[in-house]
Design a protein around this ligand. Structure first.
Ligand SMILES: Nc1nc2c(ncn2[C@@H]2O[C@H](COP(=O)(O)OP(=O)(O)OP(=O)(O)O)[C@@H](O)[C@H]2O)c(=O)[nH]1
Ligand SMILES: [Mg+2]
Length: 424
């Protein structure tokens, strides 16, 4: 395998730039630039030289021989001054070393996976951690990256293996006419495992965490949707005006409230007789996003909104304000009255629906693998023939192998590792 290198820190210029080299020739590369190898895992300051003997930089270098490294391979780390020319100079000096080449996106993490340093669930968590923008996203991604879920999966795998072993024993010791009985606890253990998986399948998934909790503002024209939208997102993102039909398209803004990701969506005012084709399209779009909402804030006449929408009585400070007897919230986006209360209610509601902070949240493919395993366990529960039970358990084991990546397809690996940046 080639030795790879990449800038692992942010885009220069920056205070420091970290270049990582991983692979069998990492030591050679370090010697070519910085002289004799320093003691393992000790940071030392060295001058780095180009092939023609010119000094490139004074850097802190680290020599991390494998296999106990993040990739499982020999690693050299160069902590440079983070200027563009410094980084470019060191990169060309490394490219000149034999068998070294620039890494592609996610290649370091992919090697960590291939060398068994992390499993797929952890790689997925790491990708989410790098993409995390809110506190809850960070904590859930950490749980996955730190391997909490992986530990659970290996418990499930062990249990499944034990169940499979007891079935195999029955098969081995029975002759064709006389099939020995299964151990008494077999059915209970199968049911427990199956219940565990079902419990995880019911938990909120990671997708919601990535996209944010979707709140759609809906109602007829001119009821104050855009003004409330602006108040909720904390900036003048939407145009507001006394003219009915000001908002014509769907507008969305992502914000974090108390560390929870939200997506607020403002829509065109709904009314029965659109004045032109643009308004007609706007209304169709508004209706579509209402269908995908986690919560709809209905600012129109009471009882006229989509089912389960929250009745909001807006423009409470206006002379022509009409109260709603069953309003969940009464607000004035202009004076701020009730807006904080509405925000708190949304946060509390989102907390119920999103994964708990620090819980490993499963992506849809992880859920699919668990679903496959769970289906096989349910099928095994209803079988009586040990041969068929054994086959169902084998298929459940295969589903777990897909989950940890032991039986991953190349496409899936490409899709996952492509989410990383170069240098990770
Ligand atoms: N006094 C007062 N005026 C408000 C309040 N909210 C909105 N308005 C005014 O009401 C008018 C309509 O507000 P918008 O937010 O544009 O209403 P909309 O529902 O988005 O309207 P369309 O985009 O046309 O569907 C504007 O002139 C706002 O300034 C409020 O809480 N108090
Ligand atoms: Mg509007």
């Amino acid at each position: 395998m080639d030795t790879i290198f990449a800038l692992s820190s942010g885009r220069p210029p920056a205070g420091i730039a970290v270049i990582r080299v991983s692979g069998a020739n990492a030591g050679t590369a370090l010697q070519a630039l910085a002289g004799p190898l320093p003691p393992p895992r000790k940071a030392v300051v060295r001058h780095l030289f180009a092939a023609d003997g010119l000094i490139l930089d004074q850097a802190m270098v680290l020599w991390l021989p494998g296999p106990h490294t993040v990739t499982g391979e020999d690693i050299a780390e160069l902590h440079l001054h983070g200027g563009r020319a410094v980084v470019a100079g060191v990169e060309s000096a490394l490219a000149a070393v034999e068998a070294l080449r620039p890494a592609v996106a996610g290649e370091f993490t992919r090697r960590a996976f291939l060398n068994g340093r992390i499993d797929l669930a952890q790689a997925e968590g790491l990708a989410d951690l790098l993409a995390a923008e809110t506190e809850i996203q960070r904590r859930c991604a950490m749980a996955m990256a730190e391997g909490e879920f992986s530990v659970l999966v290996s418990h499930w795998q062990e249990e499944l293996l034990l169940l499979s072993a007891s079935i195999e024993a029955v098969l081995d010791f029975s002759d064709e006419d006389d099939v020995a009985a299964l151990p008494a606890a077999f059915g209970d253990r199968l049911a427990d495992l199956s219940a565990d998986l079902e419990g995880w399948l019911k938990k909120p998934g990671a997708e919601k965490l990535k996209d944010g909790f979707r709140v759609v503002l809906s109602g007829p024209p001119n009821v104050g949707k855009s003004t409330l939208f602006n108040a909720l997102v904390g900036e003048e993102a939407a145009i507001t005006s006394p003219l009915a039909g000001t908002t014509r398209d769907v507008l969305s803004a992502s914000v974090a409230l108390e560390g929870i990701p939200f997506q607020f969506i403002d829509t065109a005012g709904l009314h029965a007789a659109p004045r032109d084709v643009v308004e007609e399209i706007g209304i169709a779009r508004a209706q579509k996003v209402v269908g995908d909402a986690d919560v709809v804030l209905w600012l129109g006449e009471e009882g006229q909104g989509p089912s389960e929408s929250w009745e909001v009585a807006a423009r409470a400070d206006c002379d022509d304000f009409v109260a709603k007897p069953s309003a969940r919230h009464t607000v004035s986006a202009q004076s701020g009255l009730g807006v904080d209360h509405l925000r708190q209610d949304l946060v509390a509601h989102a907390r119920q629906v999103l994964p708990k902070p620090g819980d490993a949240a499963l992506s849809s493919w992880q859920k699919q693998c668990l679903r496959d395993a769970s289906d096989m366990l349910c099928a095994a529960k209803t079988e009586h023939d040990p041969l068929l039970i054994s086959e169902r358990l084998r298929l459940a084991r295969a589903a777990f192998d897909r989950l940890t990546g032991r039986a991953g397809t190349e496409d899936m690996l490409d899709a996952l590792f492509g989410r990383f940046c170069i240098g990770k």
